[in-house]
Design a protein around this ligand. Structure first.
Ligand code: MOS
Length: 736
């Protein structure tokens, strides 16, 4: 089904199931610990051996000598895989660096060996006996130092052009009566999802089955096929449950490749999990940025010049952190400039992490907006409202499909009690605590992606949905069941959803907050096909047939849905494809974040006291699972503001704090009451579901709102994240 004209009235609009805050249908499996994650597919591979990954001990250079003899002789060891013994390998379509290194080493903890043994303990012990001599080369590890060598990255579909310019930015900025020119930095961050990267591989007559933890089943299948130089049809990827990804599991990683190599070498199924201390340096991370924001405005707060430049680094062949994305779209301003520059760094590969681009971009832009509002003596909510735009400011002939940013800002301000804020910093005290309020806009794009599904109707009136869509903890099972139930007029318990299997139709997968809208739209398309076939078999006109309560009605006739399949199952398959609507209309999601913090006047400790997010993201398919996405994202935003920081050892080129003891993320005690408001929005331009996504909108702007609240509390402006005590303690005002 090609979606090319705005969606008219359709069966989803009934919203008897879609749009309801239903419990997750996978909830009981998760809460009882019985959902089989990749490492736990014991039934599929009861005789699996265990692989333990050895990571490189240098960041850049060569292996001079790799001695595996002692490891091979260790008790229980079945095989030791290295680049020497693995056979020819290519680099997969989404990988920048070979997943199995040697003799050349491209980054610290790049995998250089897999030890396979009868037990996890035996494999781990033997891995300690692999002896490696390196020849270390000098590398570039410091973004600030490498910044002067950065160049414009090549344009691509995801990021567009590296540079955009409208009007005369430099002239307008120079002429602006009120100007801001500040530089902000965001650190490298690690996804640190709960479930590590994990896979079990099994070979049967040249066919590889991978039980793995991946956000994008088809990307993983293509990645392993390319890497192993085999036919895609000989790869079967299964990924029904995933313990978080955040972008770290978008494509093939070392666990899956090494499990496949280990299984091939031993003739046994092999399971591999990346042990936690390996993940930060072995897998991808969100790259650090240096961002310069320049704003020029009239004295009454109209932006006349807006400029945003971002520097980031990556391995040769990698890409930039697209931190200027939102600045191309969020605020009006006749004269504009954005630019991305990319330096070569020999750190581990950078890649997507939850809201790549906008998440770190908003961390800078939305502090800058707060600073500029103060210069203008304008309320920061009002400053944003004055600079709203209903069209793409770089291409004014493109309107937004829907853009209630002002409503998000006003609703949030009213709900949060923003009018009680004292704009003068450091004025509100609560005992030893300095109390402040901060806010930011939220913005993230909506991404249309082709997505397929197959639906079946059996003689009992039950619907089965099959798609390779994944549920990374977001609620995909539930919203897909809701979609099928709505479309076919059956109860939720009459729908079975099968996900995460590469034998099912290829879906959008989970990423970029595009999963919910696109995957359900694919199910919608397949259900339209199923409805047509049901109507045909019942002799009804499919155009006016109504599917509800297990019945199909047309005119004054009706028949049980199940009767259509009395003589055999009916199967329909289709996919949603998108025409030009997202080109003629800019599709984005909007919101606002409001935060109250208290800062201890003596110690500088920050406590977040209240948080509110207001989101406009098209139709909300399930307010309960959507709320969970947003409060999770808000929590991650607090981590970005106050804690998350992969610390680079700039001499040896690695992330030092590579475990959850030293890479800090918020815990329950750090997070107060959180409130989420969804505006009632349907976006007929986005898809037949009229939905968009919220999983990333919820993080975009949070960290800046926290930073702005800290400023309001203390008068201390911190422009380098994370905002830790050491960055401001000496600047705290005296609390007498
Ligand atoms: Mo997302 S960072 O595309 O999982």
């Amino acid at each position: 089904m090609k979606f090319q004209t705005p969606a008219g009235h359709n069966p989803i609009d009934r919203m008897s199931v879609v749009g309801q805050p239903l419990d997750r249908i996978d909830g009981p499996l998760k809460t009882t610990g019985t959902a089989p994650y990749a490492y736990e597919q014991h039934d599929a591979a009861p005789d699996a051996a265990y692989g333990h990954v050895v990571g490189a001990g240098i960041a850049k250079g060569r292996i001079r000598r790799l001695d595996i003899k002692a490891a091979e002789r260790a008790p229980g060891v079945l095989a030791v895989i290295t680049a020497d013994t693995a056979g020819p390998l290519e680099v997969g379509p989404h990988n920048t660096v070979p997943l199995l290194g040697g003799p050349e080493i491209r980054h610290y903890h790049q995998a250089v060996a897999l030890v396979v043994a009868e037990s996890f303990e035996a494999a781990r012990a033997a891995a300690g006996r692999v002896r490696i001599e390196y020849e270390a080369h000098a590398g570039a590890y410091d973004l600030e130092a490498a910044r002067t060598t950065a160049t414009a990255p090549e344009a691509n579909a995801q990021m567009g052009e590296p540079d955009t310019q409208v009007g005369d930015f430099l002239g307008a900025f120079a002429d602006a009566p009120v100007r801001l020119d500040e530089t902000y930095t965001t650190p490298d961050q690690s996804h640190m999802m709960m479930e590590p990267h994990a896979s079990i591989a099994r070979w049967d007559d040249g066919t590889l089955t991978l039980w793995t933890s991946t956000q994008m089943v088809e990307w993983c299948a293509r990645g392993i096929a390319k890497t192993l130089r085999m036919d895609r049809s000989k790869v079967h990827v299964i990924s029904p449950y995933i313990g978080g990804g955040f972008g770290g599991k978008l494509f093939l990683r070392a666990d899956a490749l090494l499990a496949a190599l280990g299984a091939r070498a031993t003739g046994r199924p092999v399971k591999v999990a990346l042990h936690r201390p390996l993940i930060a340096n072995n897998s991808t991370h969100r790259p650090a940025t240096i961002q310069r924001v320049r704003l020029g405005a009239t004295r009454d707060g109209v932006i006349t010049a807006i400029g945003h430049e971002s520097w980031s680094g990556d391995q040769p062949g990698g890409g930039p952190e697209t931190a200027v994305s939102q600045t191309r779209l969020l605020y009006a301003g006749a004269n504009r400039l954005t630019a991305m520059r990319l330096a070569v760094l020999d750190l581990p590969e950078g890649n997507s992490m939850r809201a790549p681009g906008e998440a770190p971009g908003m961390m800078a832009l939305e502090i800058a907006m707060d600073e500029m509002a103060e210069k203008l003596r304008l309320d920061p909510v009002e400053f944003r409202i004055r600079n709203d735009t209903q069209v793409d400011p770089e291409n004014p002939e493109r309107p937004f499909s829907a853009r209630p940013l002002i409503t998000c800002l006003q609703t949030g301000a009213a709900q949060f009690g923003w009018q009680r804020r004292d704009a003068r910093p450091g004025r509100v005290k609560d005992g030893q605590w300095l109390v402040g309020l901060g806010m930011a806009a939220a913005f993230r794009n909506n991404l249309p992606m082709t997505s397929g599904a197959r639906v079946r109707l059996d003689g009992d009136g039950r619907i089965t949905v099959e798609t390779d869509m994944t549920d990374i903890g977001t609620g995909s099972y539930t919203i897909i069941a809701q979609t099928a139930a709505e479309m076919m007029g059956v109860r939720m318990d009459q729908v079975e959803v099968r996900l995460g299997d590469s034998t099912y139709p290829v879906s959008a997968g989970s990423g970029g907050q595009f999963g919910a809208n696109n995957a359900t739209s694919g199910v919608y398309a397949a259900c339209i096909g199923l409805r047509e076939e049901v109507a045909r078999r019942l002799g009804f006109n499919s155009q006016d047939a109504d599917f509800a309560d297990g019945q199909v009605r047309s005119g004054n006739r009706s028949a049980p849905l199940a009767s259509a399949a009395a003589r055999g199952e009916i199967v329909a398959e289709d996919r949603i494809e998108y025409g030009d609507l997202h080109k003629t209309h800019q599709q984005s999601t909007f919101g606002s974040h409001f935060v109250e913090v208290a800062v201890d006047g003596a110690t500088g400790e920050v406590r977040v006291r209240r948080m509110l997010a207001v989101c406009a993201a098209g139709r909300i398919l399930n307010p309960k699972s959507a709320r969970s996405q947003v409060i999770g994202a808000m929590t991650m935003g607090v981590g970005a503001a106050l804690m998350e920081h992969l610390k680079v050892d700039t001499r040896r080129g690695f992330f030092v704090n590579h475990d959850l003891a030293s890479y800090e993320v918020p815990v329950h005690a750090d997070i107060p009451h959180q409130e989420v408001i969804f505006l009632d929005e349907t976006d007929p331009m986005s898809s037949p579901m009229k939905a968009k996504g919220v999983g990333e909108l919820g993080i975009c702007g949070v960290a800046a709102a926290v930073a702005n609240a800290i400023y309001n509390a203390t008068g201390v402006r911190v422009r380098d994240y994370p905002i830790t005590l050491d960055t401001y303690l000496d600047r705290l005002p005296d609390v007498a």
